[in-house]
Design a protein around this ligand. Structure first.
Ligand SMILES: NC(=O)c1ccc[n+]([C@@H]2O[C@H](COP(=O)([O-])OP(=O)(O)OC[C@H]3O[C@@H](n4cnc5c(N)ncnc54)[C@H](O)[C@@H]3O)[C@@H](O)[C@H]2O)c1
Length: 389
């Protein structure tokens, strides 16, 4: 039997599908209005879900209604461990046909993000995605356009711009406390994840996993980057990981980037999976100044990593010691992104985290790889609303 259909039939079917999608999104809005809760489906029940699930459960505006993992036992385990009243699914197709939900939270292997996010957006769901929000800049841009055309939200991690320390630094810069800004530095590294191979496979790497935080912080503070130059390398060509044993490392495990923010401002990011840090992957108690910004009147140094910081030193005097600001993280937690954007949908407000910013960082990562491969500076075309605070 032939499966081909006429153009007329195609248009009729598309119109029906469009009407069905619109109906389903209207239905979902109706449910939101009735009980004021956003129904969330989380896909990828691995390591980071141990942070996301409790954070989402802490919100009175959110219900986790579905958990999904291709390693199905993980979805079952997380449901039990966190006592989630959710349906469980072994793949996205089953989840999209299952219990209705409003927003998908994507916490799978990085390489799957683009494909899964597209499926969810195409099915009329909002999406919060762990980084990267897509696997290429072009794909991310297309997905954001798809989301907008369907009046959906599509956001990407990280959530570093939500910290009180970021807000303090941004305000200080905007108020001119640093004078004319010249240079900034960000760094993030440890000895690499041990549990999953995808971090080291094509489409993984230390830039989308680690450097992404610094890139979001520095562009968030200094403005969109106009161009990038980078050198990346593979320091450790082989790794042993829990899920696949000994593997070949294909993505950069060491990267240095220079970003031009305009007006003479240059920032530098270094990240990698071979950086000894006695505080490890969790980085508890890290006192290193991971972000530094220098102007001609003052400098600021952020204590700890930008995703879990313990304050900001402001040095603005020749004779007085530096002063410590925002030593308390308040409500900020790095894993709060999905909760923040989910609540923003219910409240009908725009959160500080924004999609163009995540997309800009994705363009930087891609540009850095091109720069490293060609030895040339790469111009960047994307931008985002700035200043953020
Ligand atoms: N682990 C952390 O501390 C941490 C922190 C911040 C961000 N992240 C990010 O979170 C994401 C996940 O990292 P992780 O450490 O939790 O990895 P992980 O390997 O522990 O978990 C990933 C899970 O996704 C599942 N999965 C893969 N493809 C899938 C698919 N097509 N459909 C459904 N499930 C699928 C895997 O089976 C696995 O259970 C990555 O983007 C990572 O960069 C992780």
């Amino acid at each position: 039997m032939s499966t081909s259909i006429s153009r007329k039939e195609f248009l009729q079917r598309s119109a029906m599908a469009g009407a069905a999608a619109m109906l389903s999104s209207l239905e979902s809005l109706a449910v939101q209005r009735a009980d004021k809760k956003l129904r969330v489906a989380l896909i990828g029940c691995g390591s980071v879900s141990n942070r996301y699930i409790p954070n989402l459960q802490g919100s009175s505006m959110i219900d986790i209604v579905a958990l999904c993992d291709i390693k199905y036992e993980r979805a079952l385990e997380q449901k039990k461990k966190y006592n989630v009243r959710a349906e469980t699914y072994p793949h996205i197709e089953a989840m999209l046909k299952g219990v209705p939900f409003d927003m998908m939270v994507t916490t799978t292997d990085m390489q799957m993000h683009g494909e899964l996010n597209k499926k969810a957006l195409s099915a009329g769901k909002h999406v919060w995605s762990e980084k990267p929000m897509a696997n290429t800049y072009a794909e991310g841009k297309a997905l954001l356009e798809l989301a907008r055309s369907r009046k959906l939200h599509f956001w990407g991690a990280p959530a570093v711009v939500m910290s009180p320390q970021f807000a303090f630094m941004s305000r200080s810069i905007q108020e001119g406390k640093l004078g004319r800004i010249a240079s900034a530095h960000g760094q993030y590294g440890h000895t690499g994840p041990t549990w999953s191979a995808f971090f080291y496979e094509k489409g993984g790497g230390s830039m989308p996993d680690l450097g992404v935080y610094n890139m979001a912080t520095l562009t968030g503070l200094l403005g969109p980057a106009r161009s990038v130059m980078a050198m990346t390398s593979i320091v450790n060509p082989e790794r042993t990981v829990d899920d696949k044993g000994t593997i070949k490392v294909e993505a950069e495990d060491n990267a240095h980037l220079l970003l031009d923010h305009g007006k003479g401002i240059i920032s530098h990011v270094m990240c990698g999976f071979n950086y000894f840090d006695p505080h490890g992957h969790e980085a508890k108690g890290q006192q290193l100044h991971s972000i530094q910004i220098y102007g001609d009147k003052a400098n600021m140094r952020m204590i700890g990593y930008d995703w879990e910081t313990y304050g900001v030193w402001l040095d603005d005097s020749w004779d007085k010691p530096a002063t410590l600001h925002e030593p308390d993280p308040g409500d900020f937690q790095w894993q709060m992104g999905a909760t923040v954007v989910g609540e923003s949908i219910i409240k009908g407000i725009e959160p500080r985290i924004n999609a163009e910013h995540a997309l800009h960082v994705l363009e930087i990562i891609e540009g850095a790889r091109t720069s490293s491969a060609t030895g040339k500076k790469v111009e960047l075309g994307s931008t985002f609303p700035w200043p953020m605070v």
